[in-house]
Design a protein around this ligand. Structure first.
Ligand SMILES: [Zn+2]
Length: 273
């Protein structure tokens, strides 16, 4: 087991690597594969779960009857509302230090402000999902306005990723802000082949608390749920500060991180081949 100072050193190394990789050509960045990790004793990513929106149109027991087919002690890490430096970069460094891959549900407006960070996240092997353009409560506007905000968000993320805007998402994963949807919008997402993600539990990290309080809350909830899709927020400094300890907790308590990907995912490295 590593001590704290070793942990801090590896996080600093990961930060240094992250800075280097943002300056390097995309082709040189090798996303960590499940089971392969150069960091001794790291948590790692145990497996990749392909999520086909046709089979799993809506997942997450906080909102829907169905969730992902996870085994006991398997978790999926999801981060909403970014990208937002500096906290997102701290989150990425913590994930890299443990060779953990996660899913980022991005707000289009933030993606258009930080396109390089969107590309960094994708090039590190994380999954990039969608979370509207302006983070409205979509149960409130008219359905036309709601879908326009969804599409503007998808376009902004696609433009950041590929240089071309489009309303067909590369990764057809979407999460409604505040989990607020309507039957019409849920039907539209299903018609478009876009999986809607809720969550199985969360850290309530939209509330101000210390990283220690947040870790305690999250691990208590995990001990009850034992598995599931976890919702966190990468722009939150308290979440970024908590994450290394949470990842160590997962490792020390024999939890396994499952990475989700769409069928026939096209990653940055695929496109260079
Ligand atoms: Zn959100």
């Amino acid at each position: 087991m590593r001590n704290m100072s070793t942990g801090r050193r590896s996080i600093l190394n990961a930060v240094a690597m992250l800075v280097a990789t943002t300056l390097a050509p995309t082709a040189l960045i090798a996303p960590a594969r499940a089971g392969e990790c150069p960091n001794k004793g790291a948590l790692g990513t145990s497996r990749v779960l392909t999520v086909d929106p046709a089979a799993y149109p809506r997942v997450g027991t906080k909102s829907f009857p169905q969730t992902l087919p996870l085994d006991d002690h398997e978790v999926v890490l999801t981060f909403d509302d970014g990208p937002s430096p500096p906290a997102t970069r701290t989150i990425l460094a913590a994930l890299s230090a443990e060779c953990v891959r996660a899913t980022f549900f991005m707000v289009g407006r933030s993606a258009s402000e930080h396109p390089e960070l969107v590309r960094t996240i994708a090039s590190l092997g994380h999954t990039v999902g969608h979370h509207t353009w302006s983070h409205p409560n979509l149960a409130q506007p008219t359905p036309e306005n709601a879908e326009a905000d969804i599409d503007k968000g998808i376009s902004a993320v696609e433009a950041a990723l590929h240089g071309t805007a489009g309303t067909t998402p590369t990764t057809p994963f979407f999460r409604f802000p505040y989990f607020e949807s309507t039957p019409h919008l849920l039907q539209r997402m299903e018609q478009r082949g876009i999986a809607v993600f809720g969550a199985d539990f969360w850290a309530s990290d939209w509330n101000k608390m210390t990283p220690e309080q947040q870790l305690k809350l999250l691990t208590e909830r995990l001990e009850i749920a034992r598995k599931g899709i976890i919702l966190l927020h990468d722009p939150r400094a308290q979440t970024a500060a908590m994450l290394p300890a949470f990842l160590r907790y997962l490792r020390d308590n024999h939890y396994r991180v499952v990475h989700i990907a769409p069928p026939a995912a096209r990653t940055a490295s695929d496109r260079t081949n």
